[in-house]
Write a protein that binds this ligand. Structure first.
Ligand SMILES: Cc1cc2nc3c(=O)[nH]c(=O)nc-3n(C[C@H](O)[C@H](O)[C@H](O)COP(=O)(O)OP(=O)(O)OC[C@H]3O[C@@H](n4cnc5c(N)ncnc54)[C@H](O)[C@@H]3O)c2cc1C
Length: 360
C-alpha cells in the first residue's frame, strides 16, 4: 500500500508529489493522459509560488527556462501606445513547469503512471482503493484529487461545485509561431471595436501564446478555434502585415467559470487545485493557487501520515484553504472586470489585473 495516491499530474498533483516525496512519503501519481502535454496554459509563476517551491530545489531549473522580466507592449487600433515592464515572477510555459516537476520527482524514484484513469474510490478506516478504468486497483492510505476542473474525485465524493459558468466561450487561446514578430514583448493589441489579440513569447521556445476575442460567423456564433481563424483575428487587430502564424501546437477556447467545492475533505480523500476552485484567468492565479494548495496539503498529509494525532491537520488544510478559494473567486472576478474596463483605453493592458500597478 502506498501512502498517498495522487490523481492528476498537472502542476498541483506534481507539486504535491514532490513535496511528499522529499518528506520521505511513498506516493503514486496516476494520470489519465497517455503522455505529457505541451500547452503553455498558465504561463507564469508568481513570487509567492517561487518561494513555496524553494524547498523542492528546482528554482534554478525553472529560472534557466523562464524570464524574470516581461515588457507588455500595448497598441490601440494598430498604433503602439505604451510599454509596461512587469517584474517579480517568472514567465514560463505551464508544460515546462510540469516537466521540471516531473524531472525532480523522478530523482526521488517516482514516475507518473500514464494511461491510468481513476473511475472509483472505496475507503474505510485504515485505507482506500482507487479503481482505474482498466480494472487495476491502487491502494493507499490517502488520496489527493488534483484532477482539474472536471474532477472525477470531486464527482465520486458528491461534493457540490457551486458557482457560475459563462454561457459562451469568450476567448480563443492557443500556441503558435509567428516568424518576424519581436520576442522582446508581450504584444497586446486592442481595437476600438472592443476586440483584441495578445501574443506572449513563451521563453525557451519559438512559440507565442495567442489569446484573442472570438471570431463570430454571420449568425453571431463563435467559430471553432483554428490557425486560419487565429490569422484572421491577428490581421484584424494587430494590423502587422507579413506575419504568418504557424505550427499551431494548441488550439482552444476559454469560457469563464467561477466555482468552488463546498468542502475539500471526505475521510481519506482531499481536493486541491482546479478540482477545488476555478475562476477567471486575470492575474494568472490558477496554476499558482494550485501550487500553494499542494504545498499546504503536503504539510497536512505528512502530519497525518505521522500518526492519528496528525489527522486534525487535514481538517486544518480544509479550514485554511476554503476561505482562500472563496477570496480567490471574488478577487479574480474583480481583476477580470478591471482588465476588461482597462483595455478599452489606449495604453492599458493585462497589467490592470495584477496586484500592484506595474512600472511603465
Ligand atoms: C484551456 C486552458 C487555458 C488556461 N489558461 C490559463 C492562463 O492563461 N493563466 C493561468 O494562470 N491559468 C490558466 N489556466 C488554468 C491553469 O492551467 C490551471 O489553473 C492549472 O492547470 C491547474 O492545475 P491542476 O494541476 O489543478 O489541474 P490540471 O492542470 O487541469 O491537471 C489535472 C490533471 O488531472 C488529469 N485527470 C483528470 N481526470 C483524471 C482521472 N479521472 N484520472 C486520472 N487523471 C485525471 C488530467 O488529465 C490533468 O493532467 C488554463 C486552463 C485551461 C484548461
Amino acid at each position: 500500500m502506498t501512502d498517498v495516491v495522487i490523481a492528476g499530474s498537472g502542476p498541483t498533483g506534481l507539486t504535491l508529489a514532490c513535496d511528499l516525496a522529499r518528506r520521505g512519503a511513498a506516493v503514486r501519481v496516476i494520470e489519465q493522459r497517455r503522455a505529457p502535454h505541451r500547452e503553455s496554459r498558465g504561463k507564469g509563476l508568481d513570487a509567492a509560488s517561487l518561494q513555496v517551491l524553494e524547498p523542492l530545489g528546482i528554482a534554478e531549473r525553472m529560472a534557466a527556462t523562464g524570464s524574470g522580466v516581461i515588457t507588455l507592449r500595448k497598441y490601440f487600433d494598430g498604433a503602439h501606445v505604451r510599454d509596461t515592464e512587469v517584474v517579480g515572477g517568472l514567465l514560463i510555459g505551464q508544460w515546462r513547469v510540469e516537466e521540471v516537476l516531473r524531472e525532480r520527482l523522478s530523482e526521488w524514484g517516482v514516475n507518473v503512471e500514464y494511461g491510468a484513469r481513476l473511475t472509483g474510490i472505496d475507503q474505510n478506516g485504515s485505507g482506500l482503493s482507487a479503481h482505474l478504468a482498466d480494472g487495476a486497483v491502487v491502494r493507499g492510505r490517502y488520496l489527493a484529487g488534483c484532477d482539474g476542473g472536471h474532477s472525477t474525485v470531486r464527482e465520486l465524493l458528491g461534493i457540490p461545485f457551486g458557482g457560475s459558468t459563462a454561457e459562451e466561450e469568450v476567448m480563443a487561446l492557443g500556441d503558435v509561431t509567428a516568424p518576424g514578430l519581436s520576442r522582446e514583448f508581450w504584444h497586446q493589441w486592442f481595437s476600438s471595436d472592443g476586440g483584441g489579440v495578445l501574443m506572449c513569447p513563451i521563453p525557451g521556445t519559438e512559440i507565442f501564446q495567442f489569446q484573442a476575442s472570438r471570431e463570430l460567423d454571420e449568425q453571431g456564433e463563435p467559430l471553432p478555434p483554428s490557425l486560419e481563424s487565429f490569422q484572421r483575428l491577428f490581421d484584424r487587430h494587430a494590423r502587422v502585415p507579413g506575419i504568418r502564424l504557424g505550427q499551431a501546437t494548441w488550439l482552444s477556447a476559454w469560457r469563464s467559470n467561477v466555482r468552488m467545492a463546498s468542502r475539500l475533505r471526505e475521510g481519506r480523500v482531499l481536493l486541491a487545485g482546479d478540482a477545488a476552485h476555478v475562476h477567471p484567468i486575470a492575474g494568472g492565479l490558477g496554476m499558482n493557487t494550485g501550487i500553494r494548495d499542494a504545498v499546504a496539503l503536503g504539510r497536512a498529509l505528512a502530519a497525518a501520515l505521522g500518526g492519528p494525532a496528525g489527522d486534525r491537520f487535514l481538517d486544518t488544510y480544509e479550514s485554511e484553504r476554503l476561505p482562500v478559494a472563496a477570496a480567490l473567486l471574488e478577487d479574480t472576478a474583480e481583476r477580470m472586470e478591471r482588465v476588461l474596463a482597462a483595455v478599452r483605453e489606449p495604453g492599458r493592458g493585462t497589467e490592470a489585473g495584477l496586484d500592484r500597478p506595474a512600472a511603465d
